[in-house]
Ligand binder design. Sequence first.
Ligand SMILES: Nc1nc2c(ncn2[C@@H]2O[C@H](COP(=O)(O)OP(=O)(O)OP(=O)(O)O)[C@@H](O)[C@H]2O)c(=O)[nH]1
Ligand SMILES: [Mg+2]
Length: 312
Amino acid sequence: MREEAGGAEGAGTGPPTRAGHVALVGRPNTGKSTLLNTLLGSKLSIVTSREQTTREQVLGLLTEDGVQMVFVDTPGLLAPRYLLHTSMLEEALAAVGDADVVLLLLDPTRDEPPVPTDDVLERLRSRGSALQVAVNKVDVGAPGAVARLTEWCRSSLGREPLLVSAATGEGLEALRERLVAGLPESPFLYPEEDLAVQPVRFFVAELIRETIFEEYEQEVPYSSGVRIEEFREAEDPVFIRAEIFVERASQKGILIGKGGAAIKRLGSRSREKIEAFLGQRVYLDLWVKPLAGWRKNAASLKRLGYRVPEAK
Ligand SMILES: Nc1nc2c(ncn2[C@@H]2O[C@H](COP(=O)(O)OP(=O)(O)OP(=O)(O)O)[C@@H](O)[C@H]2O)c(=O)[nH]1
Ligand SMILES: [Mg+2]
């Protein structure tokens, strides 16, 4: 990412451009996806009140004032308990290793260590001056908790954190300046007008997953994975067929509900979001399939499009 310095050389005028990847990392529920959306001014990454919402990297582009920031939203840093968790942690740590700037988000509303393990702490420290830290949710965090996290940053990382709120926008201008300062001179990596990098069907599957988190309780959202099987965009309405994979037959019953009432509501709420995202009318066809224990099985993870953890 760094060799191609020189930016807008060919143009011969003005200062060179800067571009690079900024990874947003932190424990589950710290507000990484909310921050991505606020920085972009557009809802790209799904957000819920429950932890472990994000399972894969989500890239969002912000190009302005001669700078292109490729934000990489990541799954929460956690101590894995099953294979999907290991996949999620690898996605997050890959971003920690690859990005030009790594922004660690801390959450003052949660009473737990700021990072899950010593190994994760080491991986963050190893990025040296590429690591930045922000305490998020200062709109609701108790001053004492914010002070404790600030002290932890100083003593454990040798860093002064910025205090921000992804919800209200507080502190984000200073944050943006600090992130830009860490980017190399480089030509833009993507077309200037692009907002996203991943295919539309990825975001469609994510919106269905977000709605499952909103509509169902307990384990069901965690046991659900979504795959888009058909996407006919030339049709009006756009025809989309999605499969929701669950781990047990009983969960299929819960998703569908009495007389199909629950899946009907899931379908219409998901469809409204997808229509807003695409700016087009949509016909959404949802199917539920049991895929026994898919969160613990490498072949099933692959089938659902998740990073398959390296065998240890
Ligand atoms: N009050 C307040 N709430 C916030 C802020 N940022 C995020 N939240 C809320 O925190 C919850 C989690 O936000 P997410 O953006 O999904 O968090 P995440 O870090 O992406 O979570 P995972 O994907 O599960 O790792 C949501 O209910 C957000 O609305 C903030 O600055 N202030
Ligand atoms: Mg998230």
